[in-house]
Design a protein around this ligand. Structure first.
Ligand SMILES: NC(=O)c1ccc[n+]([C@@H]2O[C@H](COP(=O)([O-])OP(=O)(O)OC[C@H]3O[C@@H](n4cnc5c(N)ncnc54)[C@H](OP(=O)(O)O)[C@@H]3O)[C@@H](O)[C@H]2O)c1
Length: 245
């Protein structure tokens, strides 16, 4: 398989890449903003046995650059068997209340870059007739909370967009998987107080691999978040406003 990863330096994305590298069968295109961090990921994947790995640099804030890099990837690397979109930043909600360009930049990374890349990927899948897209949303996208509604709104946009892509898709050989992790111990959450709800990126990667293999279209990771979010979604707004969550 040719595996294309946007945000390839993400701890979750890198764990997924390692899960597949064990098979020793796949080629990788790793896309991100930092050459040194991408090279570190490349070296680790090589140590796992992966041979054909190319890195590409991208400015995720530029729509033009996203299209250019994507086109270059197709020209140089050919069809994509599986694509993973993983870039993201846990927006500082307090800062986003007063700094509008920060709010816009965060939304651009977490929502806009994700949905543009997803659309380009699915367009390519339609041309080639097959492909697997894995998009990483979040449980934070299910309901706006006072502590993280800027990040949550972006993740909600991603999830709605992926749901629409799935609805529009008529080809059974194209599989679009939305993953909604809860708390994962990665650099993104390193400043949050850790709790029993945190899981490792390796566990998330194994679950995503299972989701791909089983053709699942929408999954919470770990699964117990499905039940937590069912409860959170069902709380009436008048009561929700009073809760300190
Ligand atoms: N960790 C969690 O609890 C959790 C829960 C639900 C969903 N998610 C989602 O899972 C995905 C992966 O996150 P992670 O937990 O693996 O976090 P991570 O290890 O911190 O990775 C974040 C990724 O986003 C990239 N990134 C951050 N800010 C960027 C910017 N301004 N421009 C370009 N790239 C930028 C990072 O690139 P650099 O390496 O160059 O910084 C890195 O590749 C994200 O979409 C995140 O929203 C995470």
């Amino acid at each position: 398989m040719h595996i294309l990863i946007f945000g390839a330096t993400s701890a979750i994305a890198h764990s997924i890449a390692k899960e597949y590298a064990i098979d020793n069968l796949h080629t990788y295109t790793l896309i991100g903003r930092s050459e040194s961090r991408l090279n570190a990921c490349k070296q680790e994947l090589q140590a796992y046995g992966a041979v054909d790995i190319q890195i590409m640099l991208l400015d995720f804030s530029s729509i033009e650059d996203i299209q250019k890099v994507f086109n270059r990837c197709i020209q140089q690397r050919g069809n994509i068997d599986m694509a993973l979109v993983a870039q993201g930043s846990l927006t500082n909600q307090d800062k986003a209340k007063s700094d509008m360009s920060y709010l816009a930049d965060e939304f651009s990374l977490n929502a806009l870059s994700h949905i543009i890349i997803s659309q380009l990927i699915v367009n390519q899948f339609n041309l080639q007739g097959f492909g697997i897209l894995v998009g990483i949303g979040s449980v934070a996208g299910e309901r706006g909370r006072k502590g993280n509604y800027a990040y949550g709104a972006a993740k909600s946009a991603v999830s709605t967009f992926l749901s629409g892509l799935r609805h529009a898709n008529k080809n059974e050989k194209i599989h679009i998987l939305t993953v909604k992790p809860g708390f994962v111990s990665t650099p993104m959450t390193s400043e949050l107080p850790q709790s029993f709800l945190f899981v490792s990126p390796e566990l998330v990667a194994k679950e995503i691999k299972r989701g791909v293999e089983q053709g699942i279209e929408h999954m919470y990771v770990p699964t117990f978040w499905r039940f937590i979010m069912m409860i959170i979604r069902s709380i009436p707004e008048a009561l929700f406003k009073k809760l300190n969550i």
